[in-house]
Design a protein around this ligand. Sequence first.
Ligand code: CIR
Length: 257
Amino acid sequence: MNFKNAIVRTPGKNFSQGLTSANLGEPDYQKTLEQHTAYCRALQQCGLNLTTLDPDLEYPDSTFVEDTAVLIPSAAILTRPGAASRIGEVAAIHLQLQRFYRQFYSITSPGSLEGGDICQAGSHFFIGLSDRTNEEGARQLAEFLAKEGYTSSTVDIRNIRDILHLKSGIAYLGDNTLVVIKSLNDHPAFKGYKTILMDPEENYAANCVMINGRVLLAKGYPKFKAKLEALGFTTIPLDVSEFQKMDGGLSCLSLRF
Ligand code: CIR
Protein backbone atom coordinates (compact mmCIF):
# COMPACT_ATOMS: atom_id res chain seq x y z
CA MET A 1 0.00 0.00 0.00
CA ASN A 2 1.38 3.36 -0.97
CA PHE A 3 0.80 6.58 0.94
CA LYS A 4 0.93 10.12 -0.42
CA ASN A 5 0.05 12.26 2.58
CA ALA A 6 0.47 12.50 6.30
CA ILE A 7 -0.99 14.72 8.98
CA VAL A 8 1.14 15.46 12.04
CA ARG A 9 0.75 17.86 14.94
CA THR A 10 3.68 19.56 16.64
CA PRO A 11 3.72 18.73 20.37
CA GLY A 12 2.71 21.61 22.63
CA LYS A 13 4.76 22.86 25.54
CA ASN A 14 2.34 21.12 27.94
CA PHE A 15 2.99 17.77 26.23
CA SER A 16 4.16 16.29 29.53
CA GLN A 17 0.68 16.86 31.00
CA GLY A 18 -0.87 14.21 28.76
CA LEU A 19 -1.88 10.75 29.87
CA THR A 20 0.78 8.22 30.70
CA SER A 21 1.27 5.00 32.60
CA ALA A 22 4.97 4.71 31.74
CA ASN A 23 7.34 5.26 34.60
CA LEU A 24 10.08 6.77 32.50
CA GLY A 25 10.16 10.32 33.84
CA GLU A 26 8.97 13.58 32.33
CA PRO A 27 9.69 14.26 28.66
CA ASP A 28 12.11 17.07 27.87
CA TYR A 29 10.23 19.52 25.64
CA GLN A 30 13.21 20.60 23.54
CA LYS A 31 14.14 16.99 22.88
CA THR A 32 10.49 16.18 22.12
CA LEU A 33 10.45 18.87 19.44
CA GLU A 34 13.73 17.68 17.95
CA GLN A 35 12.51 14.09 17.79
CA HIS A 36 9.25 15.21 16.21
CA THR A 37 11.14 17.22 13.58
CA ALA A 38 13.30 14.20 12.74
CA TYR A 39 10.16 12.04 12.50
CA CYS A 40 8.58 14.52 10.08
CA ARG A 41 11.75 14.56 8.01
CA ALA A 42 11.66 10.76 7.78
CA LEU A 43 8.05 10.87 6.56
CA GLN A 44 9.11 13.32 3.86
CA GLN A 45 12.04 11.07 2.99
CA CYS A 46 9.42 8.34 2.38
CA GLY A 47 7.75 10.64 -0.15
CA LEU A 48 4.86 11.93 1.95
CA ASN A 49 3.39 15.42 1.69
CA LEU A 50 3.00 16.68 5.22
CA THR A 51 0.23 18.73 6.73
CA THR A 52 1.77 20.00 9.97
CA LEU A 53 -0.70 21.31 12.51
CA ASP A 54 0.22 23.81 15.21
CA PRO A 55 0.37 22.68 18.83
CA ASP A 56 -3.02 22.54 20.52
CA LEU A 57 -2.53 23.38 24.18
CA GLU A 58 -6.08 22.39 25.01
CA TYR A 59 -5.14 18.77 24.28
CA PRO A 60 -1.67 17.77 25.53
CA ASP A 61 -1.97 14.34 23.84
CA SER A 62 -3.02 15.78 20.48
CA THR A 63 0.37 15.15 18.87
CA PHE A 64 -0.74 11.48 18.81
CA VAL A 65 -2.97 12.19 15.81
CA GLU A 66 -3.28 8.56 14.76
CA ASP A 67 -5.85 7.93 17.48
CA THR A 68 -8.42 10.32 15.96
CA ALA A 69 -9.15 8.65 12.61
CA VAL A 70 -8.98 5.47 10.58
CA LEU A 71 -8.24 6.20 6.94
CA ILE A 72 -8.85 4.13 3.83
CA PRO A 73 -8.71 5.44 0.27
CA SER A 74 -12.50 5.71 -0.07
CA ALA A 75 -13.38 7.12 3.34
CA ALA A 76 -12.30 8.62 6.64
CA ILE A 77 -13.67 7.16 9.84
CA LEU A 78 -13.58 9.61 12.73
CA THR A 79 -12.98 7.94 16.06
CA ARG A 80 -14.33 8.59 19.51
CA PRO A 81 -11.33 8.19 21.84
CA GLY A 82 -11.85 6.09 24.94
CA ALA A 83 -9.81 8.59 26.93
CA ALA A 84 -12.31 11.33 27.84
CA SER A 85 -9.61 14.02 27.76
CA ARG A 86 -8.96 13.19 24.09
CA ILE A 87 -12.48 13.15 22.59
CA GLY A 88 -12.22 16.83 21.63
CA GLU A 89 -9.15 16.19 19.46
CA VAL A 90 -11.28 14.69 16.70
CA ALA A 91 -13.02 17.89 15.52
CA ALA A 92 -9.82 19.58 14.37
CA ILE A 93 -8.71 16.48 12.47
CA HIS A 94 -12.15 16.25 10.84
CA LEU A 95 -11.66 19.77 9.53
CA GLN A 96 -8.25 18.91 8.07
CA LEU A 97 -9.50 15.69 6.49
CA GLN A 98 -12.25 17.56 4.66
CA ARG A 99 -9.56 18.76 2.27
CA PHE A 100 -8.87 15.15 1.29
CA TYR A 101 -12.08 13.17 1.86
CA ARG A 102 -15.75 13.36 0.90
CA GLN A 103 -16.98 10.22 2.59
CA PHE A 104 -16.97 10.30 6.40
CA TYR A 105 -18.15 7.91 9.08
CA SER A 106 -18.08 8.57 12.82
CA ILE A 107 -17.84 6.29 15.81
CA THR A 108 -20.60 7.41 18.15
CA SER A 109 -21.44 6.93 21.83
CA PRO A 110 -21.53 4.47 23.55
CA GLY A 111 -18.84 3.29 21.14
CA SER A 112 -15.24 4.26 21.80
CA LEU A 113 -12.29 3.60 19.56
CA GLU A 114 -8.74 4.88 19.10
CA GLY A 115 -6.70 4.57 15.91
CA GLY A 116 -3.84 2.96 17.80
CA ASP A 117 -6.03 -0.11 18.16
CA ILE A 118 -6.58 -0.46 14.44
CA CYS A 119 -4.12 -2.38 12.29
CA GLN A 120 -4.71 -2.66 8.57
CA ALA A 121 -3.33 -5.74 6.84
CA GLY A 122 -4.26 -5.36 3.20
CA SER A 123 -8.01 -5.71 2.84
CA HIS A 124 -8.36 -6.94 6.42
CA PHE A 125 -8.39 -4.95 9.65
CA PHE A 126 -7.47 -6.13 13.13
CA ILE A 127 -9.44 -4.19 15.72
CA GLY A 128 -8.01 -4.23 19.23
CA LEU A 129 -10.37 -4.33 22.18
CA SER A 130 -8.59 -2.36 24.88
CA ASP A 131 -9.20 0.09 27.70
CA ARG A 132 -9.69 2.67 24.90
CA THR A 133 -11.66 0.72 22.28
CA ASN A 134 -14.81 -1.07 23.39
CA GLU A 135 -16.96 -3.73 21.72
CA GLU A 136 -19.48 -1.19 20.47
CA GLY A 137 -16.77 0.96 18.89
CA ALA A 138 -15.33 -2.15 17.25
CA ARG A 139 -18.77 -3.18 16.00
CA GLN A 140 -19.39 0.23 14.43
CA LEU A 141 -15.99 0.27 12.76
CA ALA A 142 -16.45 -3.26 11.41
CA GLU A 143 -19.78 -2.17 9.90
CA PHE A 144 -18.25 0.92 8.21
CA LEU A 145 -15.33 -1.11 6.91
CA ALA A 146 -17.63 -3.81 5.53
CA LYS A 147 -19.57 -1.13 3.63
CA GLU A 148 -16.29 -0.07 2.04
CA GLY A 149 -15.32 -3.65 1.13
CA TYR A 150 -12.98 -4.59 4.00
CA THR A 151 -13.09 -7.51 6.41
CA SER A 152 -12.15 -7.27 10.09
CA SER A 153 -11.63 -9.28 13.23
CA THR A 154 -11.19 -8.30 16.86
CA VAL A 155 -8.20 -8.98 19.07
CA ASP A 156 -8.79 -8.60 22.79
CA ILE A 157 -5.71 -7.09 24.44
CA ARG A 158 -7.34 -6.23 27.78
CA ASN A 159 -5.41 -9.00 29.52
CA ILE A 160 -2.12 -8.35 27.78
CA ARG A 161 0.28 -6.51 30.06
CA ASP A 162 2.15 -3.36 29.14
CA ILE A 163 0.42 -2.47 25.90
CA LEU A 164 -1.93 0.48 25.58
CA HIS A 165 -3.16 -0.22 22.06
CA LEU A 166 -3.15 -3.21 19.72
CA LYS A 167 -0.47 -1.53 17.61
CA SER A 168 1.76 -1.28 20.68
CA GLY A 169 2.12 -5.03 20.12
CA ILE A 170 1.76 -5.68 16.40
CA ALA A 171 2.55 -4.07 13.05
CA TYR A 172 1.78 -5.11 9.49
CA LEU A 173 4.68 -4.84 7.05
CA GLY A 174 2.90 -5.95 3.88
CA ASP A 175 3.35 -9.27 2.06
CA ASN A 176 1.31 -11.14 4.68
CA THR A 177 3.93 -10.33 7.31
CA LEU A 178 3.19 -9.24 10.86
CA VAL A 179 5.48 -8.09 13.63
CA VAL A 180 4.11 -9.58 16.86
CA ILE A 181 5.05 -9.55 20.54
CA LYS A 182 5.23 -12.96 22.21
CA SER A 183 2.04 -12.60 24.24
CA LEU A 184 0.01 -12.07 21.05
CA ASN A 185 1.82 -14.56 18.87
CA ASP A 186 -0.63 -17.43 19.38
CA HIS A 187 -3.75 -15.38 18.79
CA PRO A 188 -6.01 -17.18 16.29
CA ALA A 189 -6.56 -13.95 14.33
CA PHE A 190 -2.91 -14.06 13.20
CA LYS A 191 -3.00 -17.63 11.88
CA GLY A 192 -1.80 -17.86 8.30
CA TYR A 193 0.46 -14.79 8.55
CA LYS A 194 4.24 -14.86 8.48
CA THR A 195 5.33 -13.43 11.81
CA ILE A 196 8.39 -11.61 13.01
CA LEU A 197 8.54 -12.29 16.72
CA MET A 198 9.82 -9.59 19.07
CA ASP A 199 12.44 -10.35 21.71
CA PRO A 200 10.54 -9.42 24.89
CA GLU A 201 13.14 -6.85 25.99
CA GLU A 202 12.59 -5.04 22.68
CA ASN A 203 8.76 -5.12 22.75
CA TYR A 204 8.46 -1.35 22.52
CA ALA A 205 9.86 -1.46 18.97
CA ALA A 206 6.95 -3.63 17.75
CA ASN A 207 5.18 -0.35 17.07
CA CYS A 208 6.89 0.30 13.74
CA VAL A 209 5.43 1.52 10.45
CA MET A 210 5.95 0.49 6.86
CA ILE A 211 5.80 3.55 4.61
CA ASN A 212 6.35 3.22 0.89
CA GLY A 213 8.92 0.45 1.19
CA ARG A 214 10.73 1.63 4.33
CA VAL A 215 10.20 0.61 7.92
CA LEU A 216 10.36 3.39 10.48
CA LEU A 217 11.30 1.90 13.82
CA ALA A 218 12.34 3.10 17.24
CA LYS A 219 16.08 3.62 17.66
CA GLY A 220 17.90 1.50 20.22
CA TYR A 221 16.46 -1.92 19.44
CA PRO A 222 19.35 -3.63 17.62
CA LYS A 223 17.99 -7.18 17.55
CA PHE A 224 14.77 -6.14 15.85
CA LYS A 225 16.58 -3.86 13.41
CA ALA A 226 18.98 -6.69 12.47
CA LYS A 227 16.07 -9.11 12.05
CA LEU A 228 14.28 -6.73 9.69
CA GLU A 229 17.39 -6.05 7.66
CA ALA A 230 18.18 -9.76 7.38
CA LEU A 231 14.71 -10.17 5.87
CA GLY A 232 15.50 -7.48 3.30
CA PHE A 233 13.62 -4.53 4.80
CA THR A 234 15.08 -1.03 4.55
CA THR A 235 14.94 0.55 8.00
CA ILE A 236 14.88 4.12 9.28
CA PRO A 237 15.58 4.16 13.04
CA LEU A 238 14.23 7.19 14.89
CA ASP A 239 14.73 8.28 18.46
CA VAL A 240 11.29 8.52 20.07
CA SER A 241 12.31 8.27 23.73
CA GLU A 242 10.33 11.37 24.74
CA PHE A 243 7.13 10.02 23.17
CA GLN A 244 7.67 6.65 24.85
CA LYS A 245 7.56 8.48 28.19
CA MET A 246 3.96 9.41 27.33
CA ASP A 247 3.01 5.88 26.17
CA GLY A 248 3.34 6.88 22.53
CA GLY A 249 5.08 5.14 19.67
CA LEU A 250 6.05 5.84 16.11
CA SER A 251 2.76 5.01 14.47
CA CYS A 252 0.66 7.31 16.64
CA LEU A 253 2.53 10.44 15.58
CA SER A 254 0.96 10.57 12.13
CA LEU A 255 -2.08 9.82 10.04
CA ARG A 256 -0.88 8.33 6.77
CA PHE A 257 -3.06 8.08 3.68
C1 CIR B 1 -2.55 8.47 25.51
O1 CIR B 1 -2.45 7.85 26.58
O2 CIR B 1 -3.60 8.55 24.91
C2 CIR B 1 -1.31 9.14 24.95
N1 CIR B 1 -0.50 9.63 26.01
C3 CIR B 1 -0.52 8.19 24.10
C4 CIR B 1 -1.27 7.73 22.88
C5 CIR B 1 -0.46 6.84 22.02
N2 CIR B 1 -1.16 6.50 20.83
C6 CIR B 1 -0.92 5.41 20.13
O3 CIR B 1 -0.11 4.58 20.50
N3 CIR B 1 -1.65 5.24 19.03
